[in-house]
Design a protein around this ligand. Structure first.
Ligand SMILES: Nc1ncnc2c1ncn2[C@@H]1O[C@H](COP(=O)(O)OP(=O)(O)OP(=O)(O)O)[C@@H](O)[C@H]1O
Length: 298
């Protein structure tokens, strides 16, 4: 019998999940799955969850929350055979969208019964793990303000972004990979990712491949206010590469000097990183349940 541990974030996405838990129990009974539950509290969740996984030895751990919850679960499963499943219940749900995991609760739950397994790359960021994306600059500042506020959901994020945009000043970064300086200058934001898009569906890395052993550093250089609508349009039409304000580098490892110690986030959670940040890909280090039925990959 498959053992599944559900990790439920009760506050993510501003969604009440109590009724959903009854559906989980019924689904597991129907499919003869042995289910256990872990509810996050926002305090020492990583240590407590690690203990739970060590004791219960589940085959699959389901992250039921947003990108922060996915990160919490995924980092404990890296380099282990235990598989990650995602039932998106957050504000942005960036990684699940990138992996084409259904956003609908019932459909995502159905994946537990019928799926394929794919090994995806993850990113090591100065002692942290990033599963979806890490960035510094404007978006990271918006994420920080969002986390400090008490309103969740995509509307709150968009409102904060509009407020911060008016006064944001670009910061200086230096990007070095394999001994070569790839970029040294100011940027509005700098995104390091394996994935294609943010949780808002804005595409920053249109050709990103999540299991190619490489990650991308996407730089949005300072731009005049008159160009902002055009950049947004390109992000939502998969044509950001056509913008004269972007640069992108594919790397296996890199160092970024964040000279101003500008705000940084990893998978939607603000993180305090040193001025010199080290990035390294961990190829195919995480096994994820995906929608297409068929043979196991990678
Ligand atoms: N019971 C809880 N009470 C308060 N905060 C919690 C609780 N459980 C988890 N958290 C906090 O929730 C955050 C993670 O939320 P998560 O990213 O999953 O959802 P989201 O922010 O709504 O969605 P997304 O990241 O997709 O935009 C973490 O900061 C974590 O500390």
């Amino acid at each position: 019998m498959t053992k599944i541990l559900f990790v439920i974030n009760p506050i993510s996405g501003d969604i009440d999940k109590e009724d959903l838990e009854e559906d989980l129990v019924a689904f597991c009974q129907r499919h003869q799955i042995s289910a256990s539950f872990f509810r996050t509290t926002g305090e020492q969740d990583e240590q407590k969850l690690q203990q739970e996984i060590e004791q219960g030895q589940p085959d699959v751990v389901v992250a039921m929350g947003g990108d922060g919850t996915v990160n919490l679960v995924a980092k404990l499963l890296i380099d282990s055979p235990t598989q990650l499943a995602i039932i998106p219940q957050g504000s942005g749900n960036g990684l699940s969208k990138d992996l084409d995991i259904p956003q609908d609760f019932e459909e995502a739950l159905h994946l537990l019964a019928e799926h394929k397994v794919k090994a995806i790359d993850t990113l090591q960021v100065s002692g942290h793990h990033s599963i979806h994306l890490c960035d510094m600059g404007f978006n990271a500042l918006v994420v920080k303000r969002f986390c400090e506020g008490d309103t969740r959901g995509p509307g709150a994020y968009a409102w904060i972004a509009m407020q911060e945009y008016m006064s944001y000043e670009p910061k200086r970064y230096t990007v070095i990979s394999e001994g070569e300086t790839l970029f040294d200058g100011e940027a509005f934001m700098l995104t390091v990712t394996n994935a294609k898009a943010f949780g808002s569906n804005a595409t920053i890395n249109p050709n990103g491949v999540i299991n190619d052993g490489k990650f991308e550093i996407c730089i949005l250089e300072p731009f005049p206010k008159t160009a902002s609508l055009g950049i947004l349009y390109r992000m939502y039409t998969d044509s950001i590469d056509d913008s004269i304000y972007t640069q992108r580098f594919s790397c296996r490892s890199a160092t970024i000097l964040n000279h101003a110690r500008e705000v940084t986030h990893i998978d939607g959670e603000p993180v305090d990183l040193p001025e010199k940040i080290e990035f390294k890909v961990r190829p195919q280090s995480l096994h994820v349940l995906l929608p297409t039925p068929g043979e196991q990959e990678g």
